[in-house]
Design a protein around this ligand. Structure first.
Ligand code: NAP
Length: 270
């Protein structure tokens, strides 16, 4: 098996990376940056975002596994003291390892500029925000005008990204087995003159939305942790990626709602 490790760069993550290299060597695994079969992310959910973007061109061909070195992760489900067990399971014949592949939907984001179309994949979300002035943007759903948005911005998230920025702007949490994207408003202006829906909306796989920025000034665009400021984007089409999903190798069950409960509620009841 060929593997590659992406780590957060802190002391614990670096130490675990070294430990994993030694274990992998003892099992005869080969480190391969060009075409790994499995990518380990050692750090937090942010580290998994880096790992995904580094290897997104191979997303159909590889599996991701996350070891968290901070708080519980949504993408990272192994703890540092389980690294030996994980290495062993990775080298156990498939039929004995209880391996299960969890596939999560991705969002496909297309920017149209005067020069053509740029296509990106988001694991968590895409956001569009005003920088120098209130952001004004027309939102169409399935090619029909839906509303004219005024406010700080718009967040389009995947189901697995629903626990990230989307949650901070009061979007709902979506189980990653549902193929959908969520449109959430970031501080919309709502009064007698300007009106938007106010609630977040969830679009199924066969629907799409288009956002037309109506400002000549720069807007901030983000795809996961990657940010840019531009004024040349004429429209942005957002939909569930029709053919790409991220695959996580699960060697034991860790239900999504248990992660949500542990991350946001905790185990103590009074
Ligand atoms: P970052 O520091 O890498 O991440 C910010 C926080 O978001 C970290 O605590 C990270 O967890 C957590 N996170 C990332 N993906 C998550 C997920 N799917 N579910 C729950 N928590 C998640 O920040 P960045 O590099 O600017 O942006 C990366 C991501 O951070 C973005 O995709 C966005 O979703 C999120 N973000 C959230 C807010 C907010 O909630 N107000 C603001 C900015 C960015 P770890 O500590 O485990 O890495």
């Amino acid at each position: 098996m060929k593997y590659f490790v992406v780590d957060r760069g802190d002391e614990l993550s670096l130490r675990l990376t070294e430990q994993f290299h030694r274990l992998a060597h003892s099992y005869g695994m080969e480190q391969n940056e060009e075409k790994p079969d499995i990518v380990l992310s050692i750090g937090g959910d942010g580290t998994m975002l880096h790992a995904f973007h580094r290897f997104q061109h191979l997303v159909d061909e590889l599996w991701f596994v996350g070891i968290h070195t901070g708080r519980l992760g949504f993408y990272a489900d192994w703890t540092p003291d389980e690294i030996g067990q994980l290495a062993k399971l990775m080298n156990t014949p498939l039929e004995e390892s209880n391996l299960r592949i969890a596939e999560y939907p991705l969002a496909e984001i297309q920017f149209t500029t005067a020069d053509g179309i740029e296509t990106y994949l988001a694991l968590n979300e895409f956001t569009l925000r005003g920088i120098e002035e209130t952001m004004v943007a027309q939102l169409n759903i399935n090619d029909d005008m839906f509303e004219m948005f005024r406010g700080d911005g718009i967040c389009i998230s995947t189901p697995s990204g629903s626990t990230a920025y989307n949650k901070a702007v009061n979007g709902g949490l979506i189980h990653p087995s549902l193929e959908a994207i969520q449109i959430a408003e970031i501080a919309s202006i709502n009064n007698r003159v300007y009106r938007t829906l106010g609630s977040s909306m969830i679009l199924p796989k066969h629907h799409h939305c288009d956002i037309y920025p109506r400002t000549k000034k720069n807007v901030q665009l983000s795809i996961d942790h990657l940010y840019s400021q531009r004024n040349d984007v004429l429209s942005i089409r957002c939909k569930v990626s029709p053919d790409k999903k991220i695959k996580f190798a699960r060697f034991r069950p860790f239900p999504f709602w248990s992660r949500v409960q542990k991350a946001f509620i905790g185990t103590e009841f009074h």
